[in-house]
Design a protein. Structure first.
Lengths: 114, 113
């Protein structure tokens, strides 16, 4: 059974700092990995989708890397801003006939203070 | 472009009452999903529909039923609500192609008293 773990569970940083969020998964047979952002009381917003054949994906100040063989992904946020404060979730999509089911980590709660 | 729309946004039920959570997507996606989110448990898959006319159980299906009404709509029904079903429910959709991203609705916050 696929298990996804995110470390740390919570992170508080001053504005402007670069930071890294970690995600690990137990079964390397994945199609892709998706990073989401969730604001309090809101839905999930997709940030980055990284395919199993890719090593990294970038969008603005965000960079996600994937090391499928070791079962790890990182989300790098450059020059953090208070508006980045949210919960960040990673989810993996299993291979085979899983019809796109995602297995989620429990998230990292990020607080960026001015 | 509305994406994935869930109704209602909030609901309070008494134990034993029934209700249906509605989900609709306007992206012509084949696959749709229902997840629940609980503190300390993350998001867990309840049911999914790979395509119109098919539904399958996910990780935590007990106490729920689903209907894939058409390609756009996928509803989740609680026949006899229990306090353990207090949660935030999310609907998601994606295309049938292998490596595409999933899109989520804004969630339904359900409290069963």
């Amino acid at each position: 059974k696929q298990e996804v773990t995110q470390i740390p569970a919570a992170l508080s940083v001053p504005e402007g700092e670069n930071l890294v969020l970690n995600c690990s998964f137990t079964d390397s047979a994945i199609y892709n990995l998706q990073w989401f952002r969730q604001d309090p009381g809101k839905g999930l917003t997709s940030l980055l989708l990284i395919q199993s054949s890719q090593r990294e994906q970038t969008s603005g100040r965000l960079n996600a890397s994937l090391d499928k063989s070791s079962g790890r992904s990182t989300l790098y946020i450059a020059a953090s801003q208070p508006g980045d404060s949210a919960t960040y979730l990673c989810a993996v999509r299993a291979g085979g006939t899983s019809y796109g089911k995602l297995t989620f980590g429990q998230g990292t709660i990020l607080t960026v203070h001015p | 472009n509305a994406g994935v729309t869930q109704t209602p946004k909030f609901q309070v039920l008494k134990t034993g009452q029934s209700m249906t959570l509605q989900c609709a997507q306007d992206m012509n996606h084949n696959s749709m999903y229902w997840y629940r989110q609980d503190p300390g448990m993350g998001l867990r898959l309840i049911y999914y529909s790979a395509s119109e006319g098919t539904t399958d159980k996910g990780e935590v299906p007990n106490g729920y039923n689903v209907s894939r009404l058409n390609k756009r709509e996928f509803s989740l029904r609680l026949e006899s609500a229990a306090p353990s079903q207090t949660s935030v429910y999310f609907c998601a959709s994606r295309t049938q192609y292998t490596n595409t991203e999933a899109f989520f609705g804004q969630g339904t916050r359900l409290t069963v008293v």
